[in-house]
Design a protein around this ligand. Sequence first.
Ligand SMILES: Cc1ncc(COP(=O)(O)O)c(C=O)c1O
Length: 365
Amino acid sequence: MIVPFAAALPEAEVRVALAAIEEILRSGNLVLGRHTETFEAAVAAMAGTHHAVAVNSGSTALEIIFRSLEVSGRAVLVPTNTNYATAAAAGNAGARVQLYDSGLYPDLDDIAARLTPDVAAVVVVHIGGYLSPDLPELARICAHAGVPLIEDAAHAHGAHQAGTPAGGFGLAAAWSFFATKVITTGGEGGALTTNDPDVAAFARRARNQGKDDNGRHIIAGNSWRMTEIGAAIGSAQLEHLTRDVDARREVIDRYAAELASPGLTFPTVAPQGQVSGHKCVTLLGEGIDRTAFRAAVAEHGVALARGVYEQPLHGQPVFAALNVTDAFPSADDFADRHLCLPLWRSMDNETIEQVITAVEAAIGG
Ligand SMILES: Cc1ncc(COP(=O)(O)O)c(C=O)c1O
C-alpha cells in the first residue's frame, strides 16, 4: 500500500462540481463572480470570521496579509518547523524573516525572547492540523507586545479548540487549497480570513492588480485571483467539511488507541477540540531509528510517506543566511522523530487495518 499524493474526491462532490463548472463555462463568468462569493462565505464560516478573500494560493494569502501589515524592512517571526512558503511570503513582502523554535507546537519562551520593537508580526503554523494548547497564551503575549499574530492555517481546515476555530486566534489567517490539503480548489488555491475590514479590503484590491472599485490601480497588487471553477470545486467539498474531518479524526483516534506505546506516542487532543486530520502525526521513542522503522513497516506492505517537514527551514539551503548562530532543539527533535501514519479522505477499513498490523509488527520487532 502506497499513500496517495492526493486522494480522489467522492463521486457526489465530483457531480456537484461538474454541474457548476458546466454552468460557469456556459456563462462566461470565469473570475470574481458568484461562485467565488459563495466560496468566500463558506470559508469565513469555517474560520468564524467576518471576511474571507479567495486567492490563487496559500502563499499568496500569506504574502497579502504581510503586505497589508506593511512588514517591509521589519522583522517577522516565523517558526523554523514549517513550509517554505511561510518564510518566503514574509520575505516577498519585504520583511526580514527571523526563525523561532517550534516542534509540533511553537516554543512560547523563544518567541517572547525574540519579541523586540522591530517585530511587525508573529506567525504560528498549525502543523498537520493540530492546534497548540498554548494558542490563547500566545495570543496574549502578542497582544501585550502590540504585535499582530498571524495564523498559517494551510493544514487546519475545520480544526477547533475550546470553541475557537483555526483562524480565530490571530488578526488574520492564511489557508491553502493545494491538491494535497483537506479541501482543494482544483489543485491550487488559497484564502485569507480576518475580522479586520481593512485587511480584507486591502486583500480584495491586492489580488486584482491593486485596483479599486473604479478600476484605478491604487496599491501594488498582482493577478492573484481564484477562478470561479476553483471556487466551485472548493464549495462542493466545504459543504461536507465537518463530516470529513470527523471521519479523519476517527482514523487518528483508532491509530492512537491501537498503536500508542512507549515506542510510539500520539499528540493529545482535548475531547472538545478537533484536529483537521490533514496529517496523523506520531512520535517515535528516543533511540528508535526512523529509517529502520520505516523499512520494517514497509516489509509488512505499507510504504509510509515522508513526515510533515523532516528538514526545518534553518537547515534549508535557501534560508542558510537566517539565524545562523541559533539553536532550534525542539524543531530538530521533532524533525528527527516524527512520522505521519497514512491518512486520507475516505480510507477504507481494510487499509486502516493493514496499517495497524504493519506498524504493530514494526514496533514488536
Ligand atoms: C504550512 C503551509 N503554509 C503555506 C503553504 C503554501 O500554500 P500553497 O501551496 O497553496 O501556496 C503550504 C503549502 O503547502 C503549507 O503547508
